[in-house]
Design a protein around this ligand. Structure first.
Ligand code: XMP
Length: 512
């Protein structure tokens, strides 16, 4: 396996994804934890990430000396290249020519790193983002690639297997970058490249059995992909020692609660407690208009109901959660200041302590797309595994203003038609998330010969990689016209449809 040392780049996670795509397991560790982690880790190679600091300044982070003493191959990217060059005896200065974005890399010497990817003498598109520059090479290194503003764009010491890249091979704007990383981890570090979801499934099952023994586990199902995959995996490991609890808050999409219950009880035969708490949630939300107040009310009630059910089941020492790797990675922060809470996210954090339960988190090492692959591996239907993300507070945050049963019913119908049209147009998998929002605004319309005075429905669709940033989806106007006509014709209570053309930032994906 490979250890990635994080110096705070925005794209460090992408290095891990590319390495795993090459069939090699890897983990990310912050630079300040690396000296403790590296010695016992058994890494066959180390990748030093980029980062916002400048090696030329005092007190900026360095790679542990133990990495260079160990003799394993090292790949430094951007800041990682600079710190490696400096630690191995080269000289780095703050750059005079900053280079950002697309650049042309000319390969000027053969290198193991580029074997089968870029030929000697070729020019290739890469993506740069850096300020520092090397002014004197460390001993043993030579230049293997240059760009217009970066005479040390790629350097190598083929004897010691040390490589430094000023560009980012991990981003999609370096089209062949994945292959370069694969060369490093497979050909240079000698990793087998046989890490797969089938292998992960076996390892994870063994770990769950070892952790849980003959204890009892409770898993809260939300209907989403993560908790479902976690539940199916845990069930495969420990069978009837697992009980799932599905707190149905009545804020799910059309038919969704049914589908979850059928899938778990019918298809997998997993013990499932279905708590129909719709009325309780609706009354807790009565007259609550403020988005944060809504989120908090739902979160509080959810925990109360879940806790009550867990008590009824009794004797469970473990709580299962579908926590993913992006939530676990301790990101390196240079800003120091507290970040602003934009929205209180709905999760069961704090619950394990309150209930004195230990956590079982079998997806902690995985990225979202890997969880989907594991779900398929476990036999979850493609349509289920490929579902768009759905927020914990459900349709309540897609009904700005006070939530009523009447409004939820209108929203559910309209949302289902919109998604149906998206599927028919073959766009479901291209779009990260699409949904309807029922506005607390009524407008005048004319249908047949009569006047209508009904709600406005907003449609939203975005593309995104991780939900952190997003672009609105540029639908064809004919598509929007078709969806709007169907919704207005088929859903009583809506007489006008609008499309949201806001990206994130400045908007968020959900409206509340
Ligand atoms: P925003 O609206 O913050 O959403 O741009 C980013 C992504 O997160 C989802 N989301 C949530 N997911 N609990 C969740 O599990 C929540 O409380 C929550 N709020 C937003 C949202 O649907 C989008 O995919």
């Amino acid at each position: 396996r490979i250890l990635i040392i994080d110096f705070g780049s925005q794209v460090t996670q992408l290095i891990a994804r590319r390495v795993r795509e090459a069939g090699v397991y890897c983990e990310i560790v912050p630079f300040n934890a690396a000296p403790d982690v590296f010695p016992g880790y058994g890494a066959k190679g180390v990748i030093l990430s980029g980062g916002p600091a400048s090696v030329a300044e005092m007190g900026t982070p360095r790679a542990p000396q133990a990495v260079f003493d160990s003799g394993v191959p090292v790949l430094g990217i951007c800041y990682g290249q600079m710190t490696m060059a400096e630690q191995l005896g080269g000289v780095v200065e703050a750059g005079h020519h900053r280079e950002f974005g697309r650049a042309d890399l000319s390969v000027v010497a053969p290198s193991l790193l580029f074997t089968g990817v870029w030929e000697d003498g070729s020019r290739n598109q890469v993506w740069m983002s850096h300020g520092d520059r090397i002014t004197q090479m460390p001993p043993g290194f030579r230049i293997v690639g240059v760009s217009e503003n970066a005479p040390f764009a790629a350097i190598a010491d083929e004897t010691r297997h040390y490589y430094g890249l000023m560009f980012h091979p991990e981003v999609v704007h370096t089209p062949q970058g994945g292959k370069v990383l694969s060369n490093f981890v497979r050909n240079i570090c000698g990793c087998a490249g046989d890490w797969s979801m089938a292998a992960y499934r076996e390892e994870a099952i063994a770990r769950i059995r070892a952790q849980v023994g003959d204890g009892k586990v409770i898993c809260g199902l939300s209907g989403g992909v993560d908790s479902s995959v976690a539940a199916v995996l845990i069930h495969e490991a420990i069978g009837e020692q697992l009980t799932c609890v599905f707190v149905d808050h009545g804020l799910m999409r059309k038919d969704e609660a049914h589908e979850v219950v059928n899938l778990f009880r019918g298809h997998y035969n997993i013990p499932l407690v279905h708590v129909d708490a719709a009325d309780m949630f609706l009354s807790a939300l009565q007259d609550v208009e403020d988005p944060e107040a809504k989120r908090k009310a739902i979160g509080r009630l959810f925990i109360d109901v879940f806790e009550e059910e867990a008590r009824k089941i009794g004797g469970a020492g473990f709580l299962a959660q579908g926590t993913l790797y992006p939530d676990v990675i301790e990101s390196v922060s240079f800003s120091g200041g507290p970040s602003v809470t934009i929205k209180s996210h709905h999760n069961v954090g704090g619950l394990p302590e309150r209930m004195n339960m230990k956590l079982v988190e079998p997806l902690r090492e995985l990225f979202k797309d890997e969880v989907r692959a594991l779900g398929k591996e476990l036999g979850l239907p493609d349509a289920f595994v490929g579902r768009h993300p759905f927020p914990g507070p459900g349709l309540a945050i897609r009904c700005p203003g006070a939530v009523t049963k009447e409004k939820l019913d209108i929203l559910r119908q309209a949302d289902a038609i919109y998604l149906d049209e998206i599927r028919k147009a073959g766009l479901y998998d291209v779009i990260w998330q699409a949904f309807a929002v029922l506005l607390p605004v009524r407008t005048v319309g004319v249908m047949g010969d009569g006047r209508t005075y009904d709600f406005v429905l907003a449609l939203r669709a975005v593309t995104s990689v991780d939900g952190m940033t997003a672009d609105f989806y540029p639908f064809d106007m004919n598509f929007l016209g078709r969806a709007a006509t169907r919704i207005i014709n088929e859903v009583r209570g809506v007489n006008r449809v609008v499309y949201d053309v806001t990206s994130k930032p400045p908007g968020t994906i959900e409206w509340e």
